[in-house]
Design a protein around this ligand. Structure first.
Ligand code: ADP
Ligand code: MG
Ligand code: ZN
Length: 422
């Protein structure tokens, strides 16, 4: 008689070395393993990779993983192999030997996970027909969204490929907003998939907002109060990242700037330094993000207001991925709000998308102005209502604190929010 099918919890421990599922993982693994089409929305650091890696081991055939970043693919393949899993990647960064090895493993029917860069999808159909693909896992599925900031045209081929192969799809993202969700569903699935949306609370993150008064002093003071801790400070422009990194170095802290205007190897150097050095601070635009996989970032501060509640959530979510306490602070001022509104109005998006972008900005302003617990407000926005006050945000810790010198700013903001609301 054949051996009993290995159960998910056994593999979780024996292959991945984890004691238990993180919130949400168990149900997603079950559904994917049962062969259903799935869209799973889980926060950054929530453990999405496991939700396709584990089912891949429980299924016959090969799971093809589409992922936008070659470096992350290679990391995952390396980690899987270290755990004894047959995995390989086909990317432009492969050596000929690596590619040979992947093909050999495919031919011998050994390979369980095949990572592919989206650029590789055109022309991959023949290869994929030849092998027994049972599951197409789409990581960072929001890259299929044409109006999102991570849009990757090659992701649009995934739908075709799925139809051509007639294969199950499991898609994963941390982007929760409804429009993006709807766009992912239309582009990747024929019928409504099973949608998982949960686990958005990150209880170890302290949430705080402050009106801008003297923003540079506010940030310098904040950083000075957190010696030796690694952190990210998000700024709204390239020049601000440079200026702030200079000021921080002037105050005796190790700090580097990061933005899309830097040469690719400079950017890589900054990423590596951040990963390896203790207590480094990166002053960055939103270009610093998807590839950052440092578990012990102790704070994320916004020197300027992010563009939406989703962007805010994704950016603060980079702190404290190790589960230990981490802090966040978001500064906001009238100029920010004007800037963000102008950016939306002057963008190339169609009118209905602009309206949605304004709504997401308004949701962030509502969070900045929340009268009670920020986390309740944030989670309610993501569809998790009814949470008790968290005890780990500025409003829970010091209720009524906003009624001081900042009251004038608050009132002005309220007025502005009301007049500009559509
Ligand atoms: P995401 O893609 O959702 O941002 P990852 O898949 O990169 O998250 O996982 C984040 C971290 O959590 C990784 O270091 C991973 O090893 C770890 N992790 C995932 N699942 C578990 C689990 N069940 N128990 C403990 N650690 C886990
Ligand atoms: Mg991931
Ligand atoms: Zn709270």
């Amino acid at each position: 008689s054949s051996a009993p099918e290995p159960r998910a919890p056994d593999l979780l421990a024996s292959v991945f070395g984890f004691e238990s599922f993180r919130p949400g993982q168990g149900e997603i693994v079950e559904s994917v393993t049962a062969g259903r089409n799935v869209l799973a929305i889980m926060p950054t650091g929530g453990g999405k990779s496991l939700c396709y890696q584990l089912p891949a081991l429980m299924r016959e055939g090969v799971t093809v993983v589409i992922s936008p970043l070659i470096a992350l693919m290679r990391d995952q393949v390396r980690a899987l192999r270290e755990n004894g899993v047959e995995a390989g990647a086909l990317t432009s960064a492969n050596t000929p030997e690596e590619t040979e090895e992947v093909f050999a493993a495919l031919d011998e029917g050994r390979l369980k996970l095949l990572y592919m860069a989206p650029e590789r999808l055109s022309g991959a159909e023949r290869l994929l027909r030849r092998i027994n693909v049972t599951l197409l896992a789409v990581d960072e599925a929001h890259c299929v969204s044409q109006w999102g900031h991570d849009f990757r045209p090659d992701y649009l081929r995934i739908g075709e490929l799925r139809r051509a192969l007639g294969v199950q799809v499991a898609a994963f993202t941390a982007t929760a907003d409804e429009d993006t969700r709807a766009e992912i569903i239309t582009r990747l699935f024929d019928a409504e998939p099973e949608v998982f949306l949960r686990g958005f609370d990150r209880p170890n993150l302290y949430l705080a907002f402050e009106p801008k008064q003297k923003p540079r002093e506010q940030i310098l003071g904040y950083v000075a109060a957190r010696p030796d801790r690694a952190g990210i400070i998000y700024c709204s422009s390239r020049s601000k990242t440079e200026a702030l990194a200079d000021a921080l170095r002037g105050s005796g802290r190790a700090a580097m700037a990061y933005h899309a205007g830097l040469a690719p190897d400079t950017r890589r150097d900054v990423e590596t330094a951040f990963q390896r050095e203790d207590g480094l601070i990166i002053c960055a635009t939103v270009a610093f993000g998807m590839g950052v996989d440092k578990p012990d970032i102790r704070f994320v501060a916004h020197a300027d207001l992010p563009k939406s509640v989703e962007a805010y959530y994704q950016e603060i979510g980079r702190a404290g991925r190790d589960g230990a306490p981490a802090e966040t602070l978001t500064l906001f001022g009238m100029d920010d709000i004007r800037l963000r509104r102008t950016q939306i109005d002057e963008g190339v998006a169609p009118p209905e998308r602009k309206q949605a972008d304004h709504a997401r900005l308004n949701a962030l302003l509502a969070l900045a102005e929340a009268p009670v617990c920020r986390r309740q407000t944030l989670l309610a926005y993501f569809g998790e209502s009814g949470a008790p006050p968290c005890g780990n945000c500025d409003l829970c810790r010091a209720p009524g604190m906003l009624f001081d010198g900042t009251e004038a700013v608050r009132k002005a903001l309220s007025a502005m929010l009301r007049t500009e609301e559509r």
